[in-house]
Design a protein around this ligand. Sequence first.
Ligand SMILES: [Zn+2]
Length: 267
Amino acid sequence: MPTLICPLCRTPLTLENKSQRCANGHSFDIAKEGYVNLLLVQQKKSKEPGDNPEMVKARREFLQAGYYQPLCNAASQLITPLNAKSLLDIGCGEGYYTQAFSHIVADIIGLDIAKPAIQLAAKKHPNMTWLVASSALLPVADHSIDVATSLFSPIPVAEMARVIKPVGHVLVIRAADTHLWTVREALFGEVRAHHPDKFLEELSPHFTLQQQQDLRFDLQLPQQALKQLLAMTPYVWKAHPERRLALENHSDFNTTAAFSLMLLRKH
Ligand SMILES: [Zn+2]
């Protein structure tokens, strides 16, 4: 298991009586659900950072219904040949993809700044390591991770380079150009294409693109699933409420999911 490090003094943490402690006496309790909260007060920009419970619940239900199963499969297929022993899922949410990766990789750490998401993940999948933590300072030891994943989550490039082993990988997944085009059209009228490639430049100081895969599939959404999709999508709150209401009135809605999967190798 990769060593966790203290978010205050960066020395190794060891498990002692239901808490994680460092040599300098900093101690972090293990919650009854089994996760550890390593988020420092000074790292919180709000009282409850990250996705709120409603967003977490909507995403959980939407993903459990299998709408993004093709993406989960494609991501797993990219990770399998790497023969990784350890994986850090940055911004793992309630652990839908993280859990799938646990069938391929032995040691998995799921990390998210949102406590409600980690609580849900830890309750549902107790045999994995779940951390409430900031991605800006990854609480794992140098060169201890084979693969870091970021699915629609932050990309702390320098921290990723620090924690990944010399021959390690990063999997970044982002919405591609036409992702949910008809949904965005209904919400905003005018739609701009997503540009997932822009993240490659940020990563280029430490990582080389090894494989880029485009994944597209149709989504036929009953009203309930459409509402969940809107509730879990961060930019929706910017839409005019009347437009959102009109969209939510559809009993069925067809759209397309489009993702870019980018596998990079450390250099
Ligand atoms: Zn410490």
